[in-house]
Design a protein around this ligand. Structure first.
Ligand SMILES: [Zn+2]
Length: 168
């Protein structure tokens, strides 16, 4: 039986990109830590400010809101605006596949607009989302070339992201 790498109880989650397995609780904490760290490094959120949140009613939007609540304890003022245009004070529910695709396209065509907005889920892959929200059917497609790379090497999204971070 696989055991959680953190608490040693029976694991419920195994992932393609790591040999470690997790129970539900420690998987949530793992992803929360990843989101928290990414926000700290890339998107200094000021809890004195008000942010617009592009809540399109999607499961990703619910998940982004859940992590923001877990991390900021409800102290972050969010104004829901389903059509908020990207900007420095806008929070967008974009997952890793969408982030990587957008960056990849911009890598190919630098005339495309720069990504802007706070994207709390940009390090959270669809595989992660499927484990976080097991009862939700969700379809997000990445750029076909990225999907092809992933078929060869499951960790590719993380690798691609680190390369694109430097390039774009
Ligand atoms: Zn555990």
């Amino acid at each position: 039986m696989l055991l959680c790498a953190v608490c040693g109880r029976p694991a419920t989650i195994s992932l393609s990109y790591t040999s470690r397995s997790y129970c539900d609780e420690h998987f949530w904490r793992l992803i929360e830590r990843r989101v928290r760290k990414d926000l700290r490094i890339h998107a200094a959120i000021d809890i004195m400010k008000e942010y617009r949140f592009r809540d399109d009613g999607s499961p990703l939007a619910d998940l982004a809101r859940t992590f923001l609540e877990r991390i900021f304890g409800g102290r972050l003022a969010l104004v829901v605006d389903p059509e908020a245009a990207p900007g420095p004070d806008v929070i967008l529910p974009v997952c890793l596949e969408e982030e990587a695709s957008a960056r990849f396209l911009r890598f190919l065509d630098p005339s495309l607009p720069e990504l802007s907005g706070i994207r709390p889920l940009r390090t959270v892959s669809m595989e992660d989302v499927r484990h976080l929200l097991p009862r939700v059917a969700l379809r997000v497609s990445a750029h076909p070339l990225l999907e092809g790379l992933r078929a060869v090497e499951p960790t590719v999204f993380f690798g691609v992201m680190s390369v694109l971070e430097k390039e774009t």
